[in-house]
Design a protein around this ligand. Structure first.
Ligand SMILES: [Zn+2]
Length: 184
């Protein structure tokens, strides 16, 4: 099955890791899935976080936060020292206001209020999730996809604790094909 490389992967199990995954194939071509402010809006919507607006400055901030989150995640996984600048970036965004869920009554029908939030509300939500993830019990279960060209991260919640691939569609199937080919 062909995978659209520019489609956002939501395989991380956490907003923080899904957000980090908006830059694909790190160090091997770097597939930037947040190419324009509209991409950030689309990601927030697909993540179910907020209906937001985004400017070029928001996009720049989003990428900066994302890379700080990536470095801190890798530092947590490989137990290498963290950069204090990265900690500061995450704390700064986590302190901003997040989107508050609200109800709207339209012609007597209850709906979710979908009025627009600023992009900072989305960045605040992912930064808070990163703090929760990196200091919580799931930190020990963060893994990288075993496909060396993939670089996506996920929380391994499998019962065996031996999940190897970001997803079967993306990398698992390809690995299976390679195994089949080499054994025939
Ligand atoms: Zn993968």
């Amino acid at each position: 099955m062909a995978v659209d490389l520019l489609a956002f992967p939501f395989i991380g199990g956490r907003h923080a890791l899904n957000f980090v995954g908006t830059l694909g194939k790190r160090g091997q071509g770097d597939i930037e899935r947040l190419g324009a402010p509209a991409d950030l809006v689309r990601w927030a919507e697909q993540a179910g976080l907020a209906n937001c607006t985004a400017s070029a400055a928001d996009l720049e901030a989003a990428r900066q936060l994302r890379e700080a989150m990536y470095r801190l995640t890798m530092a947590t996984v490989s137990r290498v020292p963290v950069q204090t600048e990265d900690v500061a970036v995450i704390n700064e965004w986590a302190a901003r206001e997040t989107a508050v869920p609200a109800l709207a009554l339209r012609s007597g029908v209850l709906e979710r209020d979908d009025s627009e939030s600023p992009a900072s509300a989305v960045l605040a939500a992912v930064a808070r999730d990163a703090i929760d993830l990196l200091t919580g019990p799931e930190a020990a279960s963060i893994r990288g996809c075993e496909d060396p060209t993939c670089t996506l991260l996920f929380v391994d919640t499998s019962r065996s604790n031996r999940r190897r691939w970001c997803s079967m569609d993306r990398c698992g199937a390809r690995a299976k094909m390679r195994t089949l080919r080499s054994s025939s």
